[in-house]
Write a protein that binds this ligand. Structure first.
Ligand SMILES: [Zn+2]
Ligand SMILES: [Zn+2]
Length: 261
């Protein structure tokens, strides 16, 4: 399986996953022009993408999808509530959605996709486990807390794309309104570096090899702080072999190949 985070953060999210000849994107928060340009850096034409899967309906995950739809017939996948909310936001009602149900796995080409519920203040946010050829990738990027269901889904994965959204101290000291700080820290908000580290510690399995640190707040976090928090738990667990991959809103991440076992 091949994984590249094309962009991640509050200004736009899009992840590229390929396996067994099937290529998909998770979220479309960069807009079609920027997505096309970043895919070109991987030598992947947009026309070869077999589906865009939406985690939820926040603008940083579904920017201008009406413009996308006008130019390309890429199949869109979402659950009912997310699809309805995205259509409402762009005032469109004629997208041909592929509707999935949380908890019900489905296939896109060779990729097996399993959506699961995550607590986040959106219509009906999900994370995904994507599997192909014995390799499993877990994705959880906008969530206020790690439920038992989430821990169960992210265990036994070979790679994770995990939110390390904010440093709690930086968030508290930020000039954001109190209500916004409470929203971010709340059970339907975002995981702090420490929250993510704790979640990671609880899902460490011998097969886990790679962790992408995703959805960092530009104002209230830094790659150094996120990595420090995660490294601390990996050190404690004697798992310094796990590769940490940084992501950014502005540039694509390293392109990681996870070989089949
Ligand atoms: Zn987001
Ligand atoms: Zn969100």
């Amino acid at each position: 399986m091949e994984i590249c985070v094309l962009g991640s953060g509050s200004s736009g999210n899009c992840m590229y996953v390929a396996g067994g000849g099937t290529r998909i994107l998770i979220d479309a928060g960069l807009g079609i022009r920027e997505t096309t340009a970043r895919l070109a850096q991987l030598n992947v034409p947009l026309e070869t993408i077999q589906g865009v899967l939406f985690t939820h309906d926040h603008a940083d995950h579904c920017l201008r999808v009406d413009a996308w739809r006008r130019r390309h017939a890429t199949p869109f996948y979402a659950n009912e509530a997310t699809a309805a909310s995205i259509e409402q936001n762009v005032q469109k009602t004629d997208f041909a959605w592929n509707i999935f149900e949380n908890g019900s796995p489905f296939l896109i080409g060779q990729l097996r996709v399993e959506p699961f519920s995550v607590p986040h203040d959106a219509a009906d946010a999900v994370g995904f486990v994507i599997a192909e050829g014995g390799v499993r990738l877990g994705i959880a990027t906008d969530l206020g807390m790690a439920t038992i269901l989430i821990r169960r889904k992210l265990a036994e994965c070979d790679a994770l794309i995990l939110e390390t959204n904010h440093d709690v101290e930086m968030l508290q000291r930020s000039e954001r309104p109190w209500a916004v700080i409470q929203r971010i820290r709340g059970r339907q908000g975002h995981l702090s570096n420490e929250d993510a580290a704790e979640l990671l510690a609880s899902v460490l399995s011998p097969r886990l090899r790679t962790v992408f640190l995703a959805h960092l707040s530009a104002a209230c976090n830094s790659p150094v702080l996120a990595e420090r928090a995660v490294r601390a738990v990996l050190q404690q667990a004697n798992r310094e072999d796990i590769q940490l991959v940084h992501t950014s809103p502005d540039t694509i991440s390293a392109r990681i190949e996870i070989p089949a076992p």
